[in-house]
Ligand binder design. Structure first.
Ligand SMILES: Cc1cc2nc3c(=O)[nH]c(=O)nc-3n(C[C@H](O)[C@H](O)[C@H](O)COP(=O)(O)OP(=O)(O)OC[C@H]3O[C@@H](n4cnc5c(N)ncnc54)[C@H](O)[C@@H]3O)c2cc1C
Length: 360
């Protein structure tokens, strides 16, 4: 340990998994001057690439507890990281506001109470005669949609964010290995991560950011973490109705739990579902369009032009996410079955603090 303490930033950190959590940790740790290696065999097929990128921070209704603390920290960190990352992609941005809608009277009353009690001027009930509500009700051929607007929440394009992080990591010469890690073990104060090709990668610290598969690597180390797969699906729908202009709708909104992102006059994205399985079923369209009692005609006749899914990990028997020190030099960040994009900055801050404590 002595040499590590003396050479604080010379510590070599291996991050297993290059989804948003692995990449954000790499960003934070590289900025602190650490030597970082990220290892992942299939960067593009993870749940981060499937994410819609909604950042539901301030509109979260429980303003206490760990989940709120993580959200609050991320809400504060996001603007700083966006300014920083814009050096690598000037178009990267958080598109605001975010609108949450419901057709359920009881849920709407809860929203009203939440806004009244939160005393946050950036959260407002959308009046029945507001242009947003008028356009939404018109497009969805109903009169029952009501909701709130959060001026400081929004959406980041997750795919573009991941690409920007790649650009940053390349610029910082962060080592990226396209390998699968099949085992980790400690030997003489160092960690050895063994690849499928039987190569041992030495490091002072290992951070497991490989979602569901993290449990396999902990086999001989700890059996206290249990994760279950949660599949999330999303689709792009193309409509053919000259009377409906999807661009008259807000840029991102949620109706009865489904996220909707209009892409053009006749295309929108709808997601995401929570299915306790690892294989998508065939009835994606039905699953993702069942958010209203009666679907508008244009939606009923819509055709799927793209569909995709991601498999996330949900902690079994404890709250999401799991951010924990397992042993000296071994950290785990997993179980981000929801909100992994939103929470990535708070997670990387926690990791950096743990590493500072370990090395000091
Ligand atoms: C359809 C959909 C919509 C979503 N929308 C949102 C949203 O709007 N807002 C939001 O905040 N979140 C959203 N999410 C959730 C978000 O995508 C997740 O919370 C987040 O992506 C989790 O990131 P991760 O880095 O933990 O996992 P992943 O992105 O799954 O990354 C894990 C990585 O580990 C790698 N790996 C696995 N095993 C090994 C091994 N042995 N060796 C090396 N590498 C390994 C994998 O290849 C993978 O790349 C959505 C998810 C889905 C599916």
């Amino acid at each position: 340990m002595k040499s590590l303490k003396e050479n604080f930033q010379k510590a070599h950190i291996v991050i297993i998994g290059s989804g948003i959590i692995g990449k954000f940790n790499a960003l934070e740790l590289s900025e602190l001057g650490f030597q970082v290696t990220i290892i992942d065999p299939t960067q593009l097929q993870n749940s981060s690439n499937a994410a819609l990128g909604l950042l539901m921070g301030n509109m979260y209704q429980k303003k206490r507890g760990r989940s709120w603390d993580l959200r609050k920290q991320s809400i504060e960190l996001w603007p700083q990281w966006i300014t920083f990352l814009q050096k690598f992609n000037c178009a990267l941005n958080i598109e605001k506001p975010l609108i949450q809608l419901t057709t359920n009277e009881e849920k709407f009353k809860k929203l009203e109470k939440f806004i009244y009690e939160s005393n946050d001027l950036d959260l407002k009930i959308l009046e029945r005669d507001s242009i947003f509500i008028k356009n939404i009700n018109k497009a969805f051929q109903t009169k029952n949609i009501k909701g709130m607007i959060s001026l400081q929440d929004g959406r980041i394009n997750a795919f573009s964010l991941l690409k920007t992080l790649d650009k940053y990591l390349k610029y910082k010469k962060v080592n990226l290995l396209e390998e699968e890690i099949i085992k980790i073990r400690k030997s003489k104060n160092q960690w050895l991560s063994t690849t499928k090709n039987n190569r041992d990668i030495k490091s002072d610290i290992v951070i497991l950011c490989n979602s569901l598969k993290a449990v396999n690597l902990l086999n001989n180390i700890s059996d206290e973490i249990k994760l279950k797969p949660v599949l999330g699906q999303a689709m792009e729908i193309e409509i053919n109705d000259a009377e409906v202009d999807l661009l008259s709708l807000p840029k991102q909104f949620n109706i009865n739990g489904k996220n909707i992102i209009p892409k053009s006059k006749n295309k929108l994205i709808i997601g995401s579902s929570d299915e306790y399985s690892s294989k998508p079923e065939e009835n994606t369209f039905e699953k993702l369009t069942n958010f209203l009692d009666k679907k508008p005609n244009w939606l009923m006749k819509g055709k799927i032009s793209k569909k995709w899914y991601g498999i996330r990990s949900r902690p079994d028997g404890e709250p999401s996410p799991i951010m924990r020190k397992i042993e000296d030099g071994l950290l785990i960040c997993t179980g981000f079955y929801k909100n992994g994009i939103l929470l990535a900055p708070a997670c990387s801050k926690w990791v950096a603090n743990e590493i500072k404590i370990y090395l000091n």
